[in-house]
Each structure stands twice: as structure tokens, then as C-alpha cells.
Design a protein around this ligand. Structure first.
Ligand code: NAP
Length: 300
């Protein structure tokens, strides 16, 4: 492997990492990880495998069998895989989801880099939410990582808005233990669960510092749920975990009224850089994964 652009040269020495997903063909992780391997001249390659939910257990068992260094998990495997790990990091336990499986001497360790990836991106983008309200749309694994990142960034109040309110309630309750553990002299932080109707309530939408979309709404066809963009404060940031070449249906109306809009490319990049280090024991060279991602997204 000599050039960042060339396909990895596979040999009998090549060690593999991968992503499992359903679907997975759209994944930009191979471009990012293989660019880092090429830049470091490592005899390693990162592949994408289409793994359906019924084959997840077998595919995870193949990790030690085939000597994979580690595997990323994407939709819809993150929550189901939790029960299939021999060890779980504290972070994966709090998030109740696994996006990184690390093979340590044939034993599967589940970790999760999504919350750290989002937190790193928000810090890099200098988004400040300390002491403020964060509105999070969705109640799955991605929303869980948004809750944790918002807590770490010091949000005073988090409102989870989800189509299924019971699921939002479960997510909020799941953090009660985490909030209790932190206790001490820290400022009080609260988490509430609501329905999507909150997004059109002008009073509720008049104070958030950030509104985060952690659902796939707008990913394929169809628009986004009704939301009172105009009611939000002028400094409110709209963050879509979805990333695309064009503005997403969630972000487009915020751009139209000059709110700051950020898509999930930076989160993807940061969770990927953290995963690379977990799998390989070395950090990716500065800028290499970013350049590969931005190039795959047609932004450079
Ligand atoms: P998930 O567990 O399947 O959760 C999906 C959530 O979206 C649920 O709360 C669900 O509501 C809601 N939802 C789905 N379709 C909806 C619709 N048509 N209308 C209203 N609500 C809808 O998925 P996830 O793993 O949390 O991922 C969510 C999104 O984040 C995905 O698009 C994923 O690609 C993205 N993501 C991006 C990154 C990144 O690095 N940028 C990282 C992680 C995830 P119900 O509970 O009512 O079903």
C-alpha cells in the first residue's frame, strides 16, 4: 500500500477490520479506515459486510475465528449485539448499544464511540450548550449517544422527543442511574420525554441551544416531521446525524432562516477515528481520515 487512493494490496499477512450493517453499501467507513492504513503503510484492510439481523450472531462468532482485529456495527445491529459480547465498556453499558467490537485474544469486547464522536465534533465546531436546553429527536441508540454527549457538554435540561413516547421514557429512565452516580457538587441536569408534537410547540422551541436529529427521518424519501424553526432562538444550532451531499430535509429549513446547521459527517469522522485507535492500537495520522471522508462526500 503506497498511495492513499490505491486499493489495499491484500496478502497472506493482511489483517482485517470491517463494518457489519443492513444495509451497508452506502458506508463511508471503508474509505476512511483504508486511507489511514495506506498512510501508515500497515498491512491491514477494512471491508463492509452486509449482515442481516438473523446472521448477526454467526457473523460476530466469525471475528475470532477469522482473526479480525475489530468490527464496527451499524444499523440495525447496535442494540442487539449488546447481549452477544463477552465484555462491555462502561460507555456501551450506559448507551445500551455497541458500535465497536474489539477482538482481544479471541474475546469480544463491546464499546461505543458514538457519544464521544458527537461530543468531539460539537467541541471542534465550538457549539456551546452548557447550562442550556438540548432537544433530541429520536430514542434509539443514536439518540442515547446524543443524550450522553449533551450531559457531558453540560446541558442543564434535555428533552427527548420521539414518535413512540414510551421509548423516549425508557431512554430517559435509563440515564437516571448515570445522573445519580455523577451527583456530588455538579449542577443539576434533567432529562424529559415527550412526543413529536413538542417540536411544533412555540414555547417549548423558544429556548434550545441545540436541536439534534437522531432519527433516519429524511434519509430516504419523505420529509421531516413538522417543526417550528421560526420559534427557535437565533443562536440555536441544528445538528443532523444524517450526512449527505446536499442539505438534509431536517437542516434545509434551518439554513433558510439562517440558523447554524451541521450534519453528521463530523460525528462519523470522530467515532471512526476513535474506532481506528481501538482496533489498531495506534491513532490515525492527522487529517487522513477527514480528507478521505470529505472526498467521498464530494466536499473537496
Ligand atoms: P434506531 O435505533 O433505529 O432509532 C430510530 C429512531 O428514529 C427511533 O426513535 C424511531 O422512533 C425514529 N424514527 C424512525 N423512523 C421514523 C419516522 N418515519 N418518523 C418518526 N420517527 C422515526 O436508529 P439509530 O441507530 O438510533 O440511528 C438513527 C439515525 O442516526 C440513523 O439515520 C443513523 O444512520 C444515524 N447515525 C449517525 C451517526 C453518525 O456518525 N453520523 C452515528 C449513529 C447514528 P420510534 O421509536 O417511534 O420507532
Amino acid at each position: 500500500m503506497t498511495s492513499m487512493d490505491s486499493a489495499p494490496a491484500l496478502s497472506g499477512h493482511t489483517l482485517l477490520t470491517a463494518v457489519y450493517g443492513d444495509p451497508v453499501m452506502h458506508s463511508l467507513s471503508p474509505a476512511m479506515h483504508n486511507a489511514a492504513y495506506a498512510a501508515l503503510a500497515m498491512e491491514r484492510a477494512y471491508a463492509a459486510f452486509h449482515v442481516t439481523p438473523e446472521h448477526l450472531r454467526e457473523a460476530l462468532r466469525a471475528i475470532p475465528a477469522l482473526g479480525f482485529l475489530g468490527v464496527n456495527l451499524t444499523v440495525p445491529h447496535k442494540e442487539r449485539a449488546l447481549r452477544m459480547m463477552a465484555h462491555l465498556s462502561a460507555e456501551a453499558r450506559v448507551l445500551r448499544a455497541v458500535n465497536c467490537v474489539i477482538n482481544r485474544n479471541g474475546v469480544l469486547h463491546g464499546d461505543n464511540t458514538d457519544a464521544r464522536g458527537l461530543e468531539a465534533d460539537l467541541r471542534a465546531q465550538q457549539v456551546t450548550i452548557e447550562g442550556r436546553l438540548a432537544v433530541i429527536i429520536g430514542a434509539g441508540g443514536a439518540a442515547s449517544s446524543a443524550v450522553l454527549a449533551s450531559l457531558r457538554l453540560g446541558a442543564a435540561r434535555i428533552v427527548i422527543c420521539n414518535r413512540t413516547v414510551a421509548r423516549a421514557n425508557r431512554l430517559a429512565r435509563g440515564f437516571a442511574h448515570y445522573l445519580g452516580e455523577r451527583g456530588g457538587g455538579r449542577p443539576r441536569q434533567t432529562i424529559e420525554a415527550r412526543g413529536l408534537d413538542t417540536l411544533v410547540n412555540a414555547t417549548s422551541m423558544s429556548t434550545p441551544a441545540i436541536v439534534i436529529n437522531a432519527t433516519p427521518m429524511g434519509l430516504k424519501t419523505g420529509g421531516f416531521a413538522p417543526l417550528s424553526y421560526d420559534a427557535t432562538p437565533s443562536e440555536c444550532v441544528f445538528y443532523d446525524m444524517i450526512y449527505a451531499r446536499e442539505a438534509t430535509p431536517f437542516l434545509a429549513p434551518s439554513i433558510a432562516i439562517r440558523r447554524r446547521a451541521i450534519d453528521g459527517a463530523g460525528m462519523l469522522l470522530n467515532q471512526g477515528m476513535l474506532a481506528f485507535e481501538l482496533f489498531n492500537g495506534v491513532a490515525s495520522p492527522p487529517g487522513v481520515m477527514r480528507t478521505a471522508l470529505m472526498s467521498a462526500l464530494g466536499r473537496i
